[in-house]
Each structure stands twice: as structure tokens, then as C-alpha cells.
Design a protein. Sequence first.
Length: 269
Amino acid sequence: MDFGISTRCFGTTPLSPQLLDRIPASEFAHIELHITLPGFDYHNRSMLREVAGWFRDNEMPAPSIHLPFEEDIFAERQIDRQRFIDELKRCLELGDLLPIRYAVLHWGGPGQKYSPAFFEYAYAAISMIQSFSGMRVLIETLENEIATFERIGEFKTAAQIADIGICYDTGHGEMEGPADAIHLNDNNGDQRDDHLWPFQGKRDWPALIERLLQLSFDGPLVLEARDDRFDHGVSARSRLRDLWDEAKDSIEEFRLKYKLPEIAQEEEE
């Protein structure tokens, strides 16, 4: 299992090599840089060079990045959409200094309604990202009418853009189909995006592991919590690995042990 961790755990504390030094000690090789102000000041070229230098000096694998989402590619006014795209370009300059595995992009906010015009706006934003940086783009699933598995699939079919995929977030509903990466976090099941460490909330983790096996998932699993208690992250990683091993050993016994419903044969196929 390809576990990683997001720098979202550092909150608004400015990202620095000293903070990044804490991650390899917890044996997370894959890092996702959570690029939001003020924690990651992507306007500061010196900071970008420091971060890129840390990855080179420590011979770390290429990170992924989570693009900002304070503004919106679906803003009503064209000038606001262009302002957001200009902000994305500032973030993507990190790719000039450091190889990037992929970029995660938000589509809208919680509960946002769908409009046919949004596909046109999304096409413009993703085309810009790829032409400007060459990065692969993963669209994060959200609890709205835009960033669902079904809607993202519709967009991929209509847009015919190469190198786009899905990043499923465990705090944003259930896993309705294949994904290329997963954000792992927990919540208390009350519609809030709590970003707890796995097993601190009410999510059914055995059911998720069963789903990952059913879909033959083999992408990165990025822990995306709101605090920097790495001991909780290490514990969660260990428990998820144990569940994975149990399920792979015998899915029938796994379902019985965790009281998971049987899945119809045709659905499994």
C-alpha cells in the first residue's frame, strides 16, 4: 500500500524545511503539498526554492500538490475565474523547480449546484494547467452536484483530455467507482469535513478496504488530517495495513468478522 501524508496537517504554520524534516521520521515517503495561504506562500519564490531544495537534498520522491480552493473556477464573473487561473499559475511555478507527481483540483464548494457551463470552465482551467505545467490533474470528489464520480466521468468523456483522473476523499461521501488516488480522513458523520485521522471518527474502514480490493485500487493513499499528531497517522497506517492483509487473506472471513454485507457475484465481476 502506497501511503503518503499531506502537509495540511501543519495548518497555517508556514511550511519550512524544518517542518518537512518531521515527515521522513514517520516513514511516509510520499508527500502531498497542500498549497493554500498562509501555510504555503506560493507567491514567495524563495519559499518555493527552499521546498524544492529540501526534496532534492533528502532524495525524496516527487510530491503531489493540492491546488488552492479558496477561490473558484466556476465563479459567476469571468474576471473572477481568470483571477483564480492566474493564482493557479503562481502555484504551478513550483513545477519549474521540482518534478510533481500530480495536481489535485477542487471543483466548486460543498452543496454547489451543477450548471452545463461548468464543463466549459473546467475545460479551460485544466487545459491551462496542463499546457502551463504538463502536470497530471486529479479532480477531487466533493459532496456537491459537480464533483461526483458520475459527473467527473461525464466530463472526461466529453472533454477527451489526457492525463486527468479522480482523487477520492473519504470525508466526501462513499467511493462510487475507480479512483487514481485517495485522501484518507475521518469525520463524525454529521456532514462536517472534520479531517480527523482515520479511526478517530465514525467511518466504516473495513467497508472501505473491501471496496479498494473490489476495485483493485493500487494508487497513493494520502492521509489528510488537520493536526500534526504523526503518531496518530502512523497508528492509522498500521491498522489499515492490517485490515488490507486480513481482507486479501480471505475476503469471506473478513466480511463475516466485520459484519459486511455479501456482494452479488455479478457486482464483484
